[in-house]
Every structure is written in C-alpha cells, then in structure tokens.
Design a protein around this ligand. Structure first.
Ligand code: PLP
Length: 389
C-alpha cells in the first residue's frame, strides 16, 4: 500500500468518498493493477463506465485521434463527432434529438427542464410536478437530489428544488393517485433501480406508467444513466419492456471512461428546447463524443446477445449458492443479497483479487460488457467461495 498517495488524498481531497485502501495505477481490459503490482479482476468498471474495460484498443485509438486533432471548440461551432453521435443514438432508438452534457445528473437536469417546459407550454406553468420513485437515484445536484427518492440524501441540504413527488415502485395505484392529485409535468423512472439495490421494475408497472403518461399527455422519462448503453443486454433497458419513452437520459457507460451525458428526446418533445433554453460549455466535447461513438457503434445485436449469455452464466452460477440469498438485476447489472454483510464480502473479494461494488445491502456487479468469460468465471468462483465460508 502506497501510504503517501493515500494520506495525501485523505488530507487534501474532500472527504465525500469512502474509498477502499487501494491505489490503482493501470489497467488493461478487465484487469486492474495496483501500486504494489497486485492484479485484480474488475467487476465494477468504474461504476458501469468503462464499458469496454481499461485501455480498449479501438476506444483508445478513436479518443487519441480526436484528442490530437481538436480537443474542444465550445458549442459555438460544429464538430463531426458530436453530430455523428447524435445521429447514431437517434438511428438506434428512434428518438429525434439529443442534448449533450457531462454527467448523469446533468442528463437528468436536462430531461426535467424539457418535461417542465413542455408541460408549461401545453398546460400551464402550474404543471411542474415531477413524479419519481421511492428508492430511486437520479444524481447529486440539488434538483436531481430532489428527484432522488431516498430521504437520507436530502437531510441538511434543504431547501431542495420544489415540485418532486415520490411514489412506491411497482404500485400502479399509487402512481395513478399521484397523477390525479398533482399537476404533473413528467414521470421519471429507472427500469432497474441501480443505487437503490439493483431492483428491476415489473413490466406491469412500466406499462401502467406508459399508459398513464400517454393518456394524460405527460412526458415519460427513463433514467438510463446506469442501465443504458448495453449494460442490461439491450441497448437501453426500456427496450426489454416494449415501452416508448418520450425522454431518455444516459451517461456512465456512454463515454467508455470519459465524462459525457446525453438526453434523448422523442417525437412529442423534440422541439421543446430552443435557442437559449439550455446549454453546456463542455457538452458535446469532440473527444468525449469520439469515445462514445466507438462504444455505441459496437453495441450491435451479436455483442448484446453475448452480454445476455454472460448474464445467464452469472445468474445460474450464483443461484442457490451457499451464503447467497438472492440475485437480482438484468444483463450485466447484478445485485447479490449475501448472508454476510455486503461490505465484508467485497473486502474479502478484494483481498483475493476481485473488485466488486455494493448497492444498499447488496453486492453489486457491473463488469465491463466485453469481460472475457474465463475472467468472469474466475471472479464469480471467488465471490462464491467468500460467500460460502
Ligand atoms: C450514477 C447515476 C446518476 C448520476 O450520474 P452522475 O454522472 O454521477 O451525475 C443518475 N442516475 C442514475 C440511475 C445513476 O445510476
């Protein structure tokens, strides 16, 4: 352990993170190496960000080529990677317009602004309430914190942006009631609640939300920040359920390791944003867009079916294994309820060279989508051994 970097960080970096006592210095594919030369199989991918692992050749080539040509222009000028990425995202989803930002929270901020402006223009400014779910996670800005349905994130940061109502997940009656009792501008949902503990919504609930949104002319927003970009074995998780959102926000895996957020707008809201309504200095940065293009281009049906196969392998290996109570999730977004405390399991796995995450009381796995099956199998064996002890 390199105490000097760890103590430097502890002294000078704001203490917002409970970091593991590991200093990572390099990586290739799904193998990360720490400062002491110890190798780890990485099942976290920087919280679902490095979709093709560390130092992926195609991604590195695309990013480097753009970096050494033109690294930034601002949004006063046109650049090729931004325009091409927007077209590719629209072609693959049927959405009509894209706004680029730098993070998941910002992608949700944009979604909320679009929903509020749409409803204000259509129905009146008093239609500003956004319905989200209990146990959801939508980001750390004051508005996306307000959207996040977890009280413990709210304490001490009041007043948050007003106009957010949280209803229990998978309760269609509660959603109908909230829509009837509020002047609603939008409904914002994660198809699989990530930070909330890797809990998939039921198809019935998603269809109920879609139906209500259509009937009442309320924009339906799906937060695909964690679930998007192939993570669940489809390009976007809503595609598992046969629903058509009006707005999709995404980030994390989109850039493959560079900060980029995107808000995709469907037919209903495609013309809501006009000049001056929204903006971002870095948004659509050509280097980030070049990285994202190299990610999204490769998420074809063959690749996604391999993600689903690997998912099937993990679910069947962990099902009913000693020390494991349940396995939830979709694709390569997996939550494991262990008999031992999740944190203890994660620490023991790290000791044995496997990096995992937690979400609430679960061990959470978000491996790189292209993790080789032999590395995945080896890491799952370590998790099983730790849980069985
Ligand atoms: C991570 C996450 C966010 C926030 O993304 P940042 O890039 O950290 O701002 C929002 N929504 C969901 C579902 C997330 O998982």
């Amino acid at each position: 352990m390199n105490m000097s970097i760890i103590s430097l960080d502890k002294e000078y970096v704001a203490g917002t993170y409970g970091r593991f006592p590991v200093e990572l210095v390099s990586g290739k594919g799904s193998i990360a190496t720490d400062v002491n030369g110890k190798a780890y199989i990485d099942l976290g991918s920087g919280i679902g960000v490095t979709a093709f692992g560390f130092g992926d050749d195609k991604w590195t080539e695309a990013v480097t080529a753009q970096l050494t040509t033109l690294q930034h222009t601002s949004n006063l000028y046109y650049t090729e990677p931004c325009a091409k990425l927007a077209k590719l995202l629209c072609d693959k989803t049927g959405m009509k317009k894209v706004f680029f930002s730098n993070s998941g929270a910002e992608a949700n901020e944009c979604a909320i602004k679009v929903a509020r402006k749409y409803s204000a223009e259509k129905k009146g400014g008093e239609y500003y309430t956004i319905i989200t779910l209990v146990n959801s996670f939508h980001g750390r800005t004051l508005t996306t914190l307000a959207a996040t349905g977890q009280e413990h994130f709210h304490r001490l940061f009041q007043p948050l942006t007003p106009g957010f109502v949280h209803v229990p997940a998978n309760d269609c009656g509660a959603l109908e009631k909230a829509v009837a009792e509020n002047k609603v501008a939008g409904i914002l949902l994660e198809c699989v609640q990530g930070e909330g503990g890797v809990n998939p919504l039921t198809p019935e609930f998603l269809h109920c939300a879609e139906k209500l949104a259509k009937e009442q002319d309320i924009p339906l927003m799906i937060d695909e920040v964690q679930t998007g970009n192939g993570r669940t074995g489809k390009l976007y998780s809503y595609m598992h359920f046969g629903i058509t959102p009006d707005i999709v926000s995404t980030a994390k895996g989109l850039g493959g390791g560079l900060p980029i957020g995107a808000t995709l707008m469907g037919e209903k809201v495609q013309n809501v944003l006009g000049p001056g309504d929204h903006g971002s200095t870095y948004g659509g940065n050509p280097v980030c867009c070049a990285g994202a293009l190299s990610v999204i281009e490769r998420l074809d049906e063959d690749f996604l079916s391999a993600v689903r196969r690997k998912s099937g392998y993990v679910f069947s290996s962990l099902y009913n294994a000693p020390g494991i109570e349940s396995v939830t999730g979709l694709g390569l977004m997996i939550g494991i309820k262990t008999v031992k405390p999740a944190k203890e399991v994660v620490m023991a796995c790290m000791e044995r060279g496997v990096l995992c995450l937690t979400a609430k009381d679960k061990v959470r796995l978000l491996p790189a989508l292209n993790i080789p099956i032999d590395q995945l199998a080896k890491a799952i064996d370590v998790i099983k051994a730790v849980c069985a002890e």
